[in-house]
Ligand binder design. Structure first.
Ligand code: FAD
Ligand code: NAD
Length: 464
């Protein structure tokens, strides 16, 4: 067996692992990264990027379809459009290929050694990797577990046949006629909406009483209204009991009754679990937080010299959190004194309309006993929103009543994912309402609604 020794071994080349390895390489740390599939991880290969590509295709198709049906308001006339989902998936795969190749290039430029294969722990500092050219042993001073997450399966609806996870949904080459989505969270709603726009008849089955339980009702309401307009059926407080006896649908139980929903595909999106099974990690006896690996504010696990980052450490399971943790851990390994001191992790849900949140919601601030000012500015009063024909939603600002420190920023509306940068920066920099109100925001942009929300919280909105 060949042997390598290094200072840092990173297991998993998703956003957490590759960011950690690149930064470590830049810092001159002798680094090895092991990846069993393609560099880029869930996010790049079967998550963030492919789903946003599919959402873009679906939105483009739907807007052309609306024009063809004479429902568009811009006076554009087109013949009946058609969709070749296979061609769209090929385009998406091309983007994934480019980005995955890009990650490999960045790792190489940072002089990180890449091993292709599945890592298996021998002990806390030694890992075996089964590569194409044989078994390789890697001994390291520090190890970072960045192995990510996998879709949770329901015992009553195991994956296989018509029952699919997001990974298979993002590779379908034909638009399904009827889709039942089990789980109305991030993935279920992002992909359910996309398929509805591609022409699929979609039903969402959600166990709780609210879709997207991560966000408050006020933010989710415009999304609910759009689902309704898209003809998506939403069943709340409903649970899937299993495949229908003929296999052509599923049996769903609600408070009132039990019904069979016909479906060609059943997309199960009820959360994700850490990827930690079957490769020796269970023998390391690391402390757990539920099913996930427990970490402290430096991403240290209960074993000295073993760090964990990203989805394997639990919620929020977001790519940008994993990357920030990876960058921090690389610096810690280089000897820097770093701790997790972020004021917020912004979150964006790419539904229609989109939802953005950074920092505290009004209810979260009040639950902390804080006296807050809350102001909302609607996109219906924003010139840019009107020029795109998408005027639903608002920006909401939450600030301390005494010194006007901004505690939270949320928005729901079309194309507002890009506001997440301004929101997170404001909170990270400790902005006050006066800082946002006093910053010139370019016209005409949706970001003016952000400035107006600050004006409104100060009692003098200009455009409402
Ligand atoms: P991962 O990206 O899961 O990477 C882990 C890597 O480790 C994988 O490549 C895996 O093959 C490898 N690995 C595992 N075990 C081993 C082993 N034993 N040996 C070698 N390699 C191993 N997040 C967002 O922020 N924005 C979004 O828009 C978004 N959209 C999403 C859409 C979908 C459909 C899904 C499924 C997820 C989405 N996410 C999104 C979540 C995001 O993908 C994850 O938070 C992110 O990928 C986590 O990064 P990670 O590095 O922790 O793990
Ligand atoms: P999720 O936690 O967002 O949603 C799961 C939903 O399934 C919840 O609403 C839950 O109440 C429901 N549910 C659970 N068990 C159920 C059952 N038996 N029957 C019906 N409903 C049930 O999980 P997800 O959508 O699978 O996404 C996984 C993770 O991926 C998320 O935590 C998120 O962090 C990440 N993600 C992020 C983005 C983004 O940032 N835009 C996009 C996609 C995924």
């Amino acid at each position: 067996m060949k042997e390598i020794t290094c200072k840092l071994l990173v297991i998993g080349a998703g956003p957490g692992g590759y960011a950690c390895a690149i930064r470590a390489g830049q810092l001159g740390i002798d680094t090895v990264i092991v990846e069993r599939r393609r560099p880029g991880g869930t996010c790049l290969t079967v998550g963030c990027i492919p789903s946003k590509a599919l959402i873009h295709v679906a939105e483009s198709f739907q807007s052309v379809r609306k024009m063809a049906e004479g429902k568009g308001m811009f006076g554009i006339k087109v013949q009946t459009p058609d969709i070749d989902l296979g061609a769209a998936i090929d385009w998406k795969d091309g983007i994934v290929g480019r980005l995955s190749g890009g990650v490999t290039g960045l790792l190489q430029r940072a002089r990180v050694k890449i091993l292709h294969g599945t890592a298996r722990f021998r002990d806390g500092k030694t890992v075996e990797v089964e590569t194409e050219t044989g078994m390789q042993m890697v001994r390291a001073e520090a190890v970072v577990i960045a192995t990510g997450s996998e879709p949770v399966a329901l015992p009553s609806l195991p994956f296989g046949g018509p029952v699919i996870s997001s990974t298979e949904a993002l590779a379908l080459r034909e638009v399904p006629r009827r889709l039942v989505v089990v789980g109305g969270g991030y993935i279920g709603l992002e992909l359910g909406t996309a398929f509805a726009k591609l022409g699929t008849e979609v039903t969402v089955v959600e166990a709780t009483r609210q879709l997207l339980p991560q966000y408050d009702e006020e933010l989710v309401k415009p999304v609910m209204a759009r689902l309704d307009r898209l003809g998506i059926r939403v069943m709340l407080g409903a649970s899937a009991e299993g495949l229908a006896p003929d296999g052509a649908g599923i049996v769903v139980r609600t408070d009132k009754d039990k019904q069979t929903l016909a479906a060609d595909r059943i997309l199960v999106t009820v959360g994700r679990r850490p990827s930690i099974d079957g490769w020796g990690i269970e023998e390391l006896d690391l402390d757990r937080a539920g099913r996930f690996i427990r970490i402290d504010d430096r991403c240290r696990t209960s074993m000295r010299g073993v760090f964990a980052i990203g989805d394997v450490t639990g919620e929020p399971m977001l790519a940008h959190r994993a990357m920030a943790q990876g960058e921090m851990v690389a610096e810690i390994v280089s000897g820097a004194k770093r701790v997790w001191d972020k004021r917020c992790i912004p979150a964006v849900c790419f539904t229609d309309p989109q939802i953005v949140s950074a920092g505290l919601s009004p209810a979260e601030a009040q639950a902390q006993g804080l006296d807050v000012k809350v102001a909302r500015f609607p996109f219906a009063a924003n010139g840019r929103a009107l020029t795109t024909g998408e005027e639903e939603g608002f920006v909401r600002i939450v600030a301390r009543a005494d010194n006007h420190l901004v505690l939270g920023l949320q928005a729901v509306g079309a194309e507002i994912s890009e506001l997440s940068a301004a929101f997170a920066l404001s909170i990270e920099m400790g902005a006050r309402l006066e800082d946002i109100a006093g910053t010139i925001h370019a016209h005409p942009t949706r970001s003016e609604a952000f400035q107006e929300a600050a004006f409104k919280a100060l009692g003098h909105a200009l455009h409402i």
